[in-house]
Design a protein around this ligand. Structure first.
Ligand code: FE2
Length: 295
Protein backbone atom coordinates (compact mmCIF):
# COMPACT_ATOMS: atom_id res chain seq x y z
CA UNK A 1 0.00 0.00 0.00
CA UNK A 2 1.33 3.43 -0.89
CA UNK A 3 0.10 6.97 -0.47
CA UNK A 4 -0.19 8.37 -3.99
CA UNK A 5 -2.02 11.68 -4.27
CA UNK A 6 -4.39 14.27 -2.87
CA UNK A 7 -7.34 15.70 -4.77
CA UNK A 8 -8.32 19.26 -3.82
CA UNK A 9 -11.17 21.46 -5.05
CA UNK A 10 -10.78 25.24 -4.91
CA UNK A 11 -11.97 28.41 -6.63
CA UNK A 12 -8.79 29.91 -8.04
CA UNK A 13 -7.22 26.84 -9.48
CA UNK A 14 -4.97 28.49 -12.08
CA UNK A 15 -3.15 30.60 -9.49
CA UNK A 16 -2.75 27.61 -7.18
CA UNK A 17 -1.34 25.49 -10.00
CA UNK A 18 1.05 28.29 -10.96
CA UNK A 19 2.34 28.43 -7.37
CA UNK A 20 2.81 24.66 -7.24
CA UNK A 21 4.77 24.57 -10.50
CA UNK A 22 6.64 27.89 -10.68
CA UNK A 23 7.50 28.28 -7.00
CA UNK A 24 6.95 25.04 -5.09
CA UNK A 25 8.73 23.18 -7.88
CA UNK A 26 6.38 20.54 -9.27
CA UNK A 27 5.83 19.71 -12.95
CA UNK A 28 2.52 20.07 -14.73
CA UNK A 29 1.09 16.75 -15.82
CA UNK A 30 -1.66 18.44 -17.81
CA UNK A 31 -5.16 19.84 -17.39
CA UNK A 32 -8.25 17.68 -17.79
CA UNK A 33 -11.87 18.48 -16.86
CA UNK A 34 -10.86 21.82 -15.29
CA UNK A 35 -8.43 19.93 -13.09
CA UNK A 36 -4.72 20.73 -13.01
CA UNK A 37 -2.57 17.67 -12.36
CA UNK A 38 0.84 18.19 -10.82
CA UNK A 39 3.50 15.53 -10.72
CA UNK A 40 6.84 14.86 -9.13
CA UNK A 41 9.86 12.97 -10.39
CA UNK A 42 8.56 9.55 -9.31
CA UNK A 43 6.39 7.07 -11.15
CA UNK A 44 2.97 8.34 -10.10
CA UNK A 45 1.11 10.21 -12.88
CA UNK A 46 0.35 13.02 -10.45
CA UNK A 47 0.62 13.84 -6.75
CA UNK A 48 -1.76 16.78 -6.48
CA UNK A 49 -4.99 17.37 -8.40
CA UNK A 50 -6.41 20.90 -8.25
CA UNK A 51 -10.00 20.98 -9.44
CA UNK A 52 -11.90 24.18 -10.15
CA UNK A 53 -14.83 24.56 -7.77
CA UNK A 54 -16.82 27.12 -5.84
CA UNK A 55 -15.13 26.58 -2.52
CA UNK A 56 -12.21 24.79 -0.93
CA UNK A 57 -12.48 21.15 -0.03
CA UNK A 58 -10.55 17.89 -0.04
CA UNK A 59 -12.17 15.41 -2.39
CA UNK A 60 -9.88 12.52 -1.43
CA UNK A 61 -6.52 11.28 -0.27
CA UNK A 62 -5.58 8.42 -2.61
CA UNK A 63 -3.64 5.26 -1.86
CA UNK A 64 -2.69 2.57 -4.36
CA UNK A 65 -2.77 -1.05 -3.30
CA UNK A 66 -2.83 -4.64 -4.56
CA UNK A 67 -5.96 -6.53 -5.63
CA UNK A 68 -5.57 -8.67 -2.54
CA UNK A 69 -5.35 -5.66 -0.23
CA UNK A 70 -8.40 -4.10 -1.90
CA UNK A 71 -10.47 -7.30 -1.57
CA UNK A 72 -9.70 -7.54 2.16
CA UNK A 73 -10.32 -3.83 2.62
CA UNK A 74 -13.73 -4.04 0.91
CA UNK A 75 -14.77 -6.79 3.31
CA UNK A 76 -13.69 -4.86 6.41
CA UNK A 77 -15.31 -1.64 5.14
CA UNK A 78 -18.57 -3.46 4.35
CA UNK A 79 -18.58 -4.95 7.84
CA UNK A 80 -17.79 -1.58 9.45
CA UNK A 81 -20.86 0.33 8.35
CA UNK A 82 -18.70 3.31 7.33
CA UNK A 83 -19.94 5.34 4.36
CA UNK A 84 -18.14 4.05 1.28
CA UNK A 85 -18.66 3.60 -2.42
CA UNK A 86 -17.07 1.74 -5.34
CA UNK A 87 -15.21 4.15 -7.58
CA UNK A 88 -13.73 4.33 -11.07
CA UNK A 89 -11.05 7.00 -11.15
CA UNK A 90 -11.39 9.62 -13.87
CA UNK A 91 -8.12 11.20 -12.75
CA UNK A 92 -4.86 10.73 -14.64
CA UNK A 93 -3.79 7.11 -14.50
CA UNK A 94 -7.34 5.81 -14.02
CA UNK A 95 -7.77 2.75 -11.82
CA UNK A 96 -10.67 1.52 -9.76
CA UNK A 97 -11.40 0.73 -6.15
CA UNK A 98 -13.33 2.23 -3.28
CA UNK A 99 -13.59 5.49 -1.40
CA UNK A 100 -14.24 5.39 2.32
CA UNK A 101 -15.39 8.11 4.68
CA UNK A 102 -13.88 7.77 8.15
CA UNK A 103 -15.77 8.82 11.28
CA UNK A 104 -14.70 12.47 11.18
CA UNK A 105 -15.29 12.86 7.46
CA UNK A 106 -11.80 12.00 6.15
CA UNK A 107 -12.11 10.64 2.61
CA UNK A 108 -9.56 7.96 1.75
CA UNK A 109 -9.61 6.41 -1.74
CA UNK A 110 -7.95 3.09 -2.52
CA UNK A 111 -7.15 2.20 -6.14
CA UNK A 112 -5.84 -0.78 -8.07
CA UNK A 113 -4.75 -0.85 -11.73
CA UNK A 114 -3.81 2.82 -11.69
CA UNK A 115 -1.22 3.47 -14.38
CA UNK A 116 2.25 4.70 -13.61
CA UNK A 117 4.59 6.81 -15.71
CA UNK A 118 8.33 6.99 -16.40
CA UNK A 119 10.21 8.73 -13.61
CA UNK A 120 11.97 12.00 -14.46
CA UNK A 121 15.69 11.67 -13.84
CA UNK A 122 17.99 14.45 -12.75
CA UNK A 123 15.32 16.95 -11.79
CA UNK A 124 14.79 18.91 -8.60
CA UNK A 125 11.11 17.98 -8.41
CA UNK A 126 9.58 16.50 -5.27
CA UNK A 127 9.73 12.72 -5.68
CA UNK A 128 6.30 11.86 -4.25
CA UNK A 129 3.99 12.65 -1.34
CA UNK A 130 5.44 11.28 1.86
CA UNK A 131 2.47 11.98 4.13
CA UNK A 132 -0.87 13.72 4.32
CA UNK A 133 -1.88 14.61 7.88
CA UNK A 134 -5.44 15.24 9.07
CA UNK A 135 -6.64 17.22 12.05
CA UNK A 136 -8.97 15.21 14.23
CA UNK A 137 -11.41 15.83 17.03
CA UNK A 138 -10.51 12.43 18.49
CA UNK A 139 -7.17 11.40 16.98
CA UNK A 140 -6.94 8.36 19.27
CA UNK A 141 -10.26 6.97 18.04
CA UNK A 142 -9.30 7.68 14.42
CA UNK A 143 -5.99 5.85 14.92
CA UNK A 144 -7.88 2.86 16.31
CA UNK A 145 -10.34 3.01 13.41
CA UNK A 146 -7.69 3.02 10.67
CA UNK A 147 -5.88 0.12 12.34
CA UNK A 148 -9.07 -1.90 12.47
CA UNK A 149 -10.69 -1.04 9.15
CA UNK A 150 -7.83 0.02 6.86
CA UNK A 151 -5.22 -2.36 8.36
CA UNK A 152 -2.88 0.61 8.91
CA UNK A 153 -0.59 0.52 11.95
CA UNK A 154 -0.02 3.19 14.57
CA UNK A 155 3.76 3.84 14.74
CA UNK A 156 3.90 6.46 17.49
CA UNK A 157 1.70 8.54 19.71
CA UNK A 158 2.89 11.95 20.85
CA UNK A 159 1.24 14.72 22.80
CA UNK A 160 0.12 16.22 19.48
CA UNK A 161 -0.27 13.40 17.00
CA UNK A 162 -1.05 9.78 16.24
CA UNK A 163 1.37 8.68 13.48
CA UNK A 164 0.15 5.90 11.20
CA UNK A 165 1.88 3.76 8.57
CA UNK A 166 0.60 1.66 5.67
CA UNK A 167 3.99 0.22 4.64
CA UNK A 168 7.50 0.31 6.10
CA UNK A 169 7.72 4.11 6.11
CA UNK A 170 7.20 5.38 9.68
CA UNK A 171 4.09 7.29 8.65
CA UNK A 172 2.10 8.00 5.51
CA UNK A 173 -0.60 9.75 7.46
CA UNK A 174 -1.15 11.04 10.98
CA UNK A 175 -4.01 12.45 12.99
CA UNK A 176 -3.35 15.61 14.96
CA UNK A 177 -5.10 16.09 18.30
CA UNK A 178 -6.57 19.34 17.04
CA UNK A 179 -10.10 19.38 18.40
CA UNK A 180 -11.46 19.89 14.88
CA UNK A 181 -11.43 17.90 11.64
CA UNK A 182 -9.61 19.23 8.56
CA UNK A 183 -6.52 18.86 6.40
CA UNK A 184 -3.47 19.51 8.58
CA UNK A 185 -0.76 19.45 5.90
CA UNK A 186 0.59 17.83 2.75
CA UNK A 187 4.23 16.69 2.80
CA UNK A 188 6.39 16.21 -0.29
CA UNK A 189 9.35 13.88 -0.30
CA UNK A 190 12.49 15.55 -1.65
CA UNK A 191 15.45 13.58 -3.00
CA UNK A 192 17.65 14.46 -0.02
CA UNK A 193 18.33 17.16 2.52
CA UNK A 194 19.87 19.38 -0.15
CA UNK A 195 16.59 19.15 -2.02
CA UNK A 196 14.75 20.43 1.05
CA UNK A 197 17.25 23.27 1.47
CA UNK A 198 17.10 24.25 -2.20
CA UNK A 199 13.30 24.27 -1.88
CA UNK A 200 13.53 26.68 1.06
CA UNK A 201 15.84 28.85 -1.06
CA UNK A 202 13.46 28.81 -4.01
CA UNK A 203 10.59 30.01 -1.81
CA UNK A 204 12.85 32.64 -0.26
CA UNK A 205 13.50 33.94 -3.80
CA UNK A 206 9.76 34.60 -3.91
CA UNK A 207 9.63 36.33 -0.53
CA UNK A 208 8.36 33.32 1.43
CA UNK A 209 9.85 32.05 4.66
CA UNK A 210 9.09 28.76 6.41
CA UNK A 211 6.27 28.84 8.95
CA UNK A 212 8.32 26.21 10.73
CA UNK A 213 11.68 24.77 9.86
CA UNK A 214 14.11 23.70 8.74
CA UNK A 215 14.20 21.10 11.45
CA UNK A 216 14.23 17.38 12.12
CA UNK A 217 11.25 15.71 13.75
CA UNK A 218 11.39 13.17 16.58
CA UNK A 219 8.94 10.48 15.39
CA UNK A 220 9.88 9.49 11.83
CA UNK A 221 13.24 11.31 12.12
CA UNK A 222 12.47 13.27 8.93
CA UNK A 223 13.78 16.69 7.97
CA UNK A 224 11.03 19.26 7.46
CA UNK A 225 10.20 22.78 6.33
CA UNK A 226 6.57 23.92 6.45
CA UNK A 227 5.12 26.75 4.39
CA UNK A 228 1.64 28.22 4.05
CA UNK A 229 0.73 28.06 0.37
CA UNK A 230 -0.89 31.25 -1.00
CA UNK A 231 -4.04 29.26 -1.83
CA UNK A 232 -4.45 28.17 1.78
CA UNK A 233 -3.06 24.85 2.89
CA UNK A 234 0.11 23.98 4.78
CA UNK A 235 2.67 22.27 2.56
CA UNK A 236 5.95 20.69 3.61
CA UNK A 237 9.27 19.78 2.07
CA UNK A 238 10.46 16.64 3.79
CA UNK A 239 13.04 13.91 3.37
CA UNK A 240 14.33 10.69 4.79
CA UNK A 241 11.44 9.47 6.89
CA UNK A 242 12.55 6.50 8.94
CA UNK A 243 11.84 2.96 7.68
CA UNK A 244 10.48 0.76 10.44
CA UNK A 245 10.20 -3.01 10.89
CA UNK A 246 6.86 -4.82 11.27
CA UNK A 247 7.44 -5.21 14.99
CA UNK A 248 8.29 -1.51 15.56
CA UNK A 249 7.67 -0.69 19.20
CA UNK A 250 4.81 1.82 19.30
CA UNK A 251 5.98 4.93 21.13
CA UNK A 252 3.85 6.72 23.70
CA UNK A 253 3.72 10.48 24.42
CA UNK A 254 6.11 10.05 27.35
CA UNK A 255 8.67 8.51 24.96
CA UNK A 256 8.65 11.67 22.84
CA UNK A 257 9.36 14.61 25.10
CA UNK A 258 11.70 17.53 24.34
CA UNK A 259 14.04 19.55 26.52
CA UNK A 260 12.83 23.06 27.30
CA UNK A 261 12.80 25.37 24.25
CA UNK A 262 12.89 22.45 21.81
CA UNK A 263 10.14 21.00 19.64
CA UNK A 264 12.43 19.33 17.11
CA UNK A 265 15.91 17.82 17.12
CA UNK A 266 17.73 20.92 15.90
CA UNK A 267 15.94 23.84 17.56
CA UNK A 268 17.10 26.32 14.93
CA UNK A 269 13.77 27.82 13.84
CA UNK A 270 10.64 29.40 15.27
CA UNK A 271 7.16 28.08 14.63
CA UNK A 272 4.31 30.33 13.51
CA UNK A 273 1.62 28.57 15.55
CA UNK A 274 -1.10 31.13 14.75
CA UNK A 275 -0.50 31.21 11.00
CA UNK A 276 -0.33 27.43 10.76
CA UNK A 277 -3.48 27.04 12.84
CA UNK A 278 -5.42 29.31 10.47
CA UNK A 279 -4.06 27.55 7.37
CA UNK A 280 -5.03 24.18 8.80
CA UNK A 281 -8.66 25.26 8.54
CA UNK A 282 -8.44 26.19 4.85
CA UNK A 283 -9.40 22.74 3.59
CA UNK A 284 -11.92 20.33 5.08
CA UNK A 285 -13.07 17.06 3.60
CA UNK A 286 -16.40 17.13 1.81
CA UNK A 287 -18.29 14.11 0.51
CA UNK A 288 -20.41 14.68 -2.59
CA UNK A 289 -21.29 11.03 -3.21
CA UNK A 290 -23.83 8.63 -1.77
CA UNK A 291 -22.78 5.56 0.15
CA UNK A 292 -23.24 2.31 -1.80
CA UNK A 293 -22.34 -1.35 -1.19
CA UNK A 294 -18.67 -2.01 -1.92
CA UNK A 295 -19.00 -5.79 -2.24
FE1 FE2 B 1 4.79 16.54 8.15
Amino acid sequence: MQLRSIELVLPNVADAAAFMTDIWGMASAGVKNQTHYLRGSGSFPYLVALEQGERNFVRSVTFVCTEQELAALKQRVADSGLAACPTQSTDLGGGEGIIVELKEGELFRFLVNAEEVDPIEGSDLPVKLTHVVCNAIDAEATGDLVEKILNFKVSDRTKGMVFVRCNNAHHSTAFARAGFASLNHIAFEMEDMDGVMRGIGRLRDHGMVPSWGPGRHGPGDNVFAYFIAPFGPVVEFSTAVEKVPDDYQVGAPEDWTWPENRIDQWGMSDKDFTGLRTAEEAFKFYRDWQSAPVL
